[in-house]
Design a protein around this ligand. Structure first.
Ligand SMILES: Cc1ncc(COP(=O)(O)O)c(C=O)c1O
Length: 375
C-alpha cells in the first residue's frame, strides 16, 4: 500500500497543549523550584480544593495514578478477599485488575451498546450474598446511567465506586461523574481529558472519614509523622504535576467545549453513513469526548484502519479484547459468548483523532477519508 504525502494527523497532540500553556507552566515550575517543596505542598492542596469544587464532590485526594485510586476506593468500600464486585466487561484492564488485586472477584454485567457502559438492567441478576460494590466505568468521556446504578446500590445496600478515569467533566443529569458514587477514581494520564505530564490520579469521596483514610493510606497509613495506624503505601501526586493540572483545570471548560465541537463536526460529516454508528449524545448527560469512538461493523473497521494507516491518520482501538477473555482473567472460567455486547463492541469500535487543538481542516480531512471508505 502506498503512503500518502499529505501531512499526518496525530491521534492526539500533547505537544500542542504544551506550547499553548508553556509560559504558565514554566512560571509554575520556577515557583515550585524556588520554594523547594516538591511533595504535599500548596499546589496539591489548591488543586484538590479546586477539582472538588469543579466536580461538586465533597472531598478530593490526589494520588500517583488512577489505578491506585481504584484500589483505594474499593478498599474504602470494604472490598476484601472473596468479595464480589459487579463491573463492566468492556473497559481498560485496570477496572477489573483493581478488584482482583484486593483478592475479590469481578462479576461482569454486559454493556449498553449505545453508551458502552454497564447496562443497569443486567446488574441485579448478578447480585449475590458476596456482592460488596458496583463499579461502573464512564467510558470514552460518556457517563454511565448513574441514577439507575445508584438506585440499585441503595436497594441492595452496596457501595458504588465510579471509574471516571476517562471522563473528567462528564455529567449525568445534574451531577458530574465522580460526585455520584461513594467514591470515584480519576486518571490524569497524559492522554486523558485532564492530563498531566506524567502519571497522576485522584480519588473523590462523599464521606469525610473515607477521604481522611484515603489520605492516610496513600502515605503509608501515617496519621502523624512516623506514626502508622494501618498498612498503606506511597501514592502521592507531586507538586509539579499538581501545578500543571491546576493550569489545565483553569482551561478545562474550553478544552471540553473544543472536544465537543470536534465531535459535532464529525457527527455532521458522518451522519449519513449507514454502515457506522456514531457516539451517542444522550439528553440525560454530557459527553466530554475523551475519545471519539465509532462502531464500524463487519470488516469495515479493518478497512478504515488500513486506510487511516495509509493516509497517516492516527486512530485507536479501545479495546480489542473484552476483559472476560483476557488471559490474566482466565481463572474466572468465562468463555466467548458470555457477554455478547462487550464482545461485539470489541470487534467494532474504532476511535478517530480528537484533541482540543485539532483544527476544522484536520476534522474535515479525517471525515473525508472515512467517507471514501464507505462510498
Ligand atoms: C477506564 C480506566 N480505568 C483506569 C485507568 C487507570 O488509570 P492510570 O493509568 O492513571 O493508572 C485507566 C487508564 O487508562 C482507564 O482508562
Amino acid at each position: 500500500m502506498t503512503k500518502t504525502n499529505k501531512k499526518p494527523i496525530p491521534f492526539l497532540d500533547a505537544a500542542a497543549d504544551f506550547h499553548k500553556r508553556k509560559k504558565t507552566w514554566i512560571q509554575a515550575l520556577t515557583k515550585i523550584g524556588e520554594t523547594g517543596r516538591f511533595i504535599l505542598g500548596e499546589q496539591v492542596k489548591t488543586f484538590e480544593t479546586k477539582a472538588a469544587n469543579f466536580l461538586g464532590a465533597n472531598n478530593a485526594i490526589t494520588l500517583a495514578n488512577g489505578t491506585d485510586a481504584l484500589i483505594l476506593a474499593l478498599r474504602l468500600a470494604g472490598v476484601k478477599e472473596k468479595d464480589e464486585v459487579i463491573t463492566t466487561p468492556f473497559s481498560f484492564f485496570a477496572s477489573s485488575g483493581a478488584i482482583c488485586r484486593l483478592g475479590a472477584k469481578p462479576i461482569f454485567a454486559d454493556i449498553n451498546p449505545r453508551s458502552f457502559a454497564i447496562a443497569p438492567d443486567k446488574i441485579e441478576s448478578r447480585i449475590t450474598k458476596k456482592t460488596r460494590a458496583i463499579l461502573p466505568v464512564h467510558l470514552y468521556g460518556a457517563p454511565a446511567n448513574m441514577t439507575a446504578i445508584a438506585g440499585i446500590a441503595r436497594r441492595h445496600r452496596l457501595a458504588v465506586v465510579e471509574d471516571a478515569a476517562q471522563s473528567f467533566g462528564a455529567r449525568w443529569k445534574d451531577k458530574y461523574v465522580g460526585a455520584w458514587g461513594d467514591a470515584a477514581a480519576f486518571s490524569f494520564y497524559p492522554t486523558k481529558v485532564l492530563g498531566a505530564y506524567g502519571d497522576g490520579g485522584m480519588l473523590t469521596a462523599a464521606d469525610a472519614s473515607w477521604a481522611s483514610r484515603a489520605r492516610r493510606l496513600a502515605n503509608h497509613g501515617q496519621d502523624r509523622l512516623f506514626h502508622h495506624t494501618e498498612i498503606g503505601g506511597n501514592s502521592r501526586l507531586d507538586e509539579v504535576q499538581a501545578a500543571l493540572l491546576l493550569a489545565k483545570l483553569a482551561g478545562i471548560k474550553d478544552d471540553i467545549a473544543a472536544r465537543q465541537n470536534i465531535a459535532r463536526l464529525y457527527g455532521e460529516a458522518l451522519a449519513d453513513i449507514s454502515d457506522i454508528v456514531l457516539p451517542e449524545r444522550s439528553e440525560e448527560g454530557e459527553h466530554v469526548f475523551g475519545l471519539y469512538t465509532l462502531r464500524a461493523p463487519s470488516g469495515a473497521r479493518t478497512r478504515l484502519a488500513e486506510i487511516f494507516e495509509r493516509e497517516g491518520i492516527g486512530f485507536g482501538i479501545y479495546y480489542p479484547c473484552p476483559l472476560h477473555l483476557q488471559p490474566a482473567l482466565s481463572f474466572l472460567g468465562l468463555k466467548e459468548g458470555s457477554y455478547p455486547e462487550a464482545e461485539r463492541a470489541a470487534r467494532e469500535v474504532i476511535s478517530l483523532p480528537i484533541f482540543p487543538s485539532m483544527t476544522e481542516g484536520q476534522v474535515a480531512r479525517v471525515s473525508e477519508v472515512c467517507r471514501a471508505v464507505f462510498s
